[in-house]
Design a protein around this ligand. Structure first.
Ligand SMILES: [Zn+2]
Length: 245
């Protein structure tokens, strides 16, 4: 049986199928085009839709990073937070049972795999992009001084008007702030690995994130991995669609 995963991102939407062994990339289209064609949602009615936003009790409740999002389009469909789908894929392709997964793209997402299961808490567990870290810049969620105001794709674009290369990213104060916040999560969760994904992580290298270690007692040394696969979220959604994860 073939299952479908659809990653509805801030800019692009990826459609992937999974038959239990192999993933196939079906299509990538602009999210604006995807949202404007309800028949595509209809066509893949059994898919899991990975949404760059907050999903609680099977409903999309907030999507600050997807312009023109219409939650009504997904009523009765299976929806999941995009970082959760990324974590499911990270678990699928690594040997780790306990993972802290972080997606660095337009926003900052994160998710927890505990004892090989996705941890959802009351629904919104692990929204590290929206912890207060300082300052009073307004976040897309309405809060102030959140981590996303320091290092997310939208914050970098607001500040510099463009995306930055590896060297420039590593020179930002925001990168240090990000690593410090991840270190806090590591102390709480003690994961075997911190696994990164998303467009910004794709231009960085695992050793860049060893800055996280500098904030930690030496007993905490999770492995650091980066999954450089633009379809990772869609693949995780396809695994979920097949009842995996
Ligand atoms: Zn926020």
């Amino acid at each position: 049986m073939v299952h479908f995963g659809i990653d509805v991102g801030g800019t692009f939407t990826d459609i992937v199928s999974f038959d239990g062994r192999k993933f196939i990339h079906i299509q990538t289209l602009k999210t604006s085009e995807f949202l404007g064609n309800p028949e595509i949602v209809e066509k893949y009615s059994d898919a899991v839709f990975a949404i760059a936003g907050w999903v609680k009790e099977g409903e999309v409740i907030r999507t600050p990073n997807i312009p023109g999002f219409d939650a009504g389009l997904f009523e009765g469909r299976k929806v999941e937070n995009d970082a959760n789908c990324f974590a499911i894929y990270a678990h699928h392709i690594t040997e780790f049972s306990n993972i802290f997964a972080v997606t660095l793209g337009t926003g900052i997402g994160s998710a927890i795999i505990a004892d090989s299961r996705l941890y959802r808490g009351n629904g919104l567990a692990s929204e590290i992009g929206h912890v207060f870290v300082g300052g009073n810049e307004r976040c897309v969620c309405g809060g102030i001084g959140h981590l996303e105001t320091f290092f997310s794709g939208w914050a970098i674009k607001r500040r510099f008007g463009r995306e930055l290369n590896r060297e420039k990213l590593l020179g930002l104060d925001g990168f240090r702030v990000l690593c410090a916040e991840i270190a806090k999560a590591v102390v709480i969760l003690d994961p075997e690995a911190v696994v990164f994904g998303g467009r910004i992580s794709a231009v960085l290298e695992p050793e860049d994130f060893e800055l996280i270690y500098s904030f930690l007692p030496p007993e905490f040394r999770p492995e650091i991995r980066i999954i450089k696969d633009a379809l990772a979220v869609a693949k995780g959604a396809a695994i979920l669609s097949g009842g995996g994860g």
